[in-house]
Ligand binder design. Structure first.
Ligand code: SIN
Ligand code: NI
Length: 250
């Protein structure tokens, strides 16, 4: 298991806005987490079916096994080294692309969805719990796109949405990053990324842990859906994210 990131990996992340870290989770642990992920998927939920992916949030508050993964000190230490600032958990989510789901996750940035005030940095760990070759809903990134700030939030189902907002990105190279079970990528919350449809007979199981600047404040004017709500105190300076729901890590 990889317990720390190298200087080269930090430099690559800061240059490109993403980096692949092989073997951050043991294979045996990845298999254990994959089993817990499928059990979590099969619990009754209110969320409507979505061809893009089956989406289950806040596993760390619902499932002992996946809590261990979300709060992993190894993942959090790597995220902190890459970001270069103290972090806290924003949320986790399981993203399962069912076999032959027929839908890509279209190009987008993550940051515009989030009600974060004064954020210096936020990033996600995308952990492959099964092998994810290019044909199984694999992620691709546009290197350097984390320099595009201030774009509106983009529609995950519209392939042109981000490209209309930033037409230069149409002509930038895209890097596809297949992962083995237990590998992960970290991506900056402004890095443009997409995931292809799952063309295979097996589910693509990814567990995503989102980290934010420990000092970021909640912007009550911009509600996110699905994450725990922060009480709005009516001010425009934002509200502190409470440690109980957004623990400081590692
Ligand atoms: C996906 O896995 O389909 C998308 C992940 C992301 O947007 O971070
Ligand atoms: Ni995303």
């Amino acid at each position: 298991m990889n317990t720390s990131v190298t200087e080269e990996q930090v430099a690559a992340y800061r240059r490109d806005g993403f980096v692949r870290i092989p073997n951050i989770i043991d294979k045996a642990d990845a298999a254990r987490y994959a089993k817990a992920a499928l059990a979590a998927r099969d619990r009754p939920r209110a969320a409507p079916a979505d061809p893009t992916f089956t989406h289950v949030m806040q596993l760390w508050q619902q499932d002992e096994t996946l809590r261990e993964l979300t709060l992993s000190p190894v993942l959090a230490a790597a995220a902190t080294a890459l970001a270069g600032i103290p972090l806290r958990l924003y949320h986790d989510h399981l993203l399962i692309k069912e076999p032959h789901n027929g839908a890509a996750t279209e190009f987008h940035q993550d940051q515009p969805y989030w009600p974060h005030l004064g954020s210096r940095h936020s990033l996600s760990a995308w952990v492959a719990l099964v092998d994810v070759p290019a044909t199984r809903g694999c992620m691709s990134f546009i290197p350097g796109s984390h320099r595009y700030q201030g774009l509106h939030s983009q529609d995950l189902r519209d392939a042109d949405n981000l490209m209309k907002a930033a037409p230069e990105l149409l002509w930038e190279p895209r890097v596809t990053v297949p992962l083995r079970a237990g590998d992960c990528t970290f991506h900056h919350s402004l890095t443009a990324h997409t995931a292809s449809p799952n063309l295979t007979d097996d589910p693509r199981i990814a567990h995503v842990v989102v980290y934010m600047d420990a000092e970021t404040r909640f912007d009550p004017r911009q509600r996110d859906t699905g994450v725990p709500l922060v009480e709005d105190d009516g001010t425009t300076e934002g509200v502190a994210f409470p440690d109980a729901d957004f623990p400081r890590l590692p």
